[in-house]
Design a protein around this ligand. Structure first.
Ligand code: ADP
Ligand code: ADP
Length: 229
């Protein structure tokens, strides 16, 4: 069984008299604990697909199943709980709160949920991401790579089963990109988390277990190892 399964997923946008087919029949599957990259040009539908999987937006047609549950069958509250418990998001822009230090940024979502912070677990994550020395630092004193590692720590801190990463290395140079991706892979592996990453960068995609190509809102034939199974 799959942690992610989309069936005939379509997302159309109406732009004036034009219909943009952002997703045009996507069957995409991810196995538990896989690290999958979705690669494609700008405008090919990558972000739209990730938003559908994360329950951030609703499809025009087709279904999204996470752990066998159809997202369309959840009400608003169930969807909110699903996003908080199951999914960690990482974006191109690190979205750190400027006047909170790194540690406070990492634990903020847990605090906002009113949950108890597992300090040992947070320390373990920060160690793995080589951020232990930077706990007190404010975001604007950190390098881009350090800020993205902090964003990864924040995504992992609430122990989600899946990380969705939207161009996480888009603002980083090649060396930092590889560094950040290597660490993301290590922590996700350590905590048995599934990762779906979108990128337009072939070198970055190569670091994953599997690469799926998307073009004009469709997964390219032969690029998905599970297609038709
Ligand atoms: P990618 O992430 O691969 O760059 P997107 O999923 O962002 O691609 O976009 C796919 C297509 O859908 C593009 O043509 C984009 O302009 C269009 N699109 C995305 N979001 C919207 C929206 N909210 N309204 C209209 N068109 C959109
Ligand atoms: P990405 O760089 O991740 O592909 P974009 O910069 O394309 O994202 O899009 C950022 C946001 O703007 C997304 O929420 C997307 O849905 C929206 N968007 C993208 N294209 C359009 C468009 N043509 N019209 C309206 N909104 C759009």
């Amino acid at each position: 069984s799959y942690i992610v399964e989309t069936r005939a997923l379509k997302k159309y946008y109406q732009l004036g008299t034009n219909v943009v087919k952002a997703l045009d029949g996507v069957d995409f599957r991810v196995k538990d604990q896989e690290f999958v990259s979705i690669i494609g040009k700008s405008g090919s539908g990558k972000s739209t697909l990730l938003h559908m999987i994360g329950g951030l937006d609703v499809p025009t047609e087709g279904e999204v199943y996470i752990d066998g549950k159809n997202l369309a069958k959840m009400n608003r509250e169930q969807l909110a709980v699903f996003r908080r418990r199951k999914i960690g998001f990482i974006f191109q822009n690190y979205n750190l709160v400027p006047d909170l230090n790194l540690y406070e940024n990492v634990t903020l979502p847990i605090e906002l949920d009113g949950d108890c912070v597992d300090r040992e677990f947070i320390d373990e994550i920060l160690n793995l991401l080589k951020l232990q020395e930077k706990k007190e630092a404010l975001p604007n004193t950190l390098s881009g790579g350090q800020q993205q590692r902090a964003a990864i720590a924040r995504a992992i801190a609430s122990k989600p089963s899946m990380i969705l990463a939207d161009e996480p290395t888009g603002n980083l140079d090649t060396a930092s990109s590889h560094d950040v991706l290597g660490l993301l892979k290590a922590v996700a592996g350590r905590f048995k988390q599934t990762v779906v990453l979108i990128t337009h960068d072939q070198d970055i995609a190569q670091l994953s277990d599997r690469i799926v190509h998307i073009e004009d809102g469709r997964i390219m034939r032969g690029s998905d190892a599970y297609a038709g199974k």
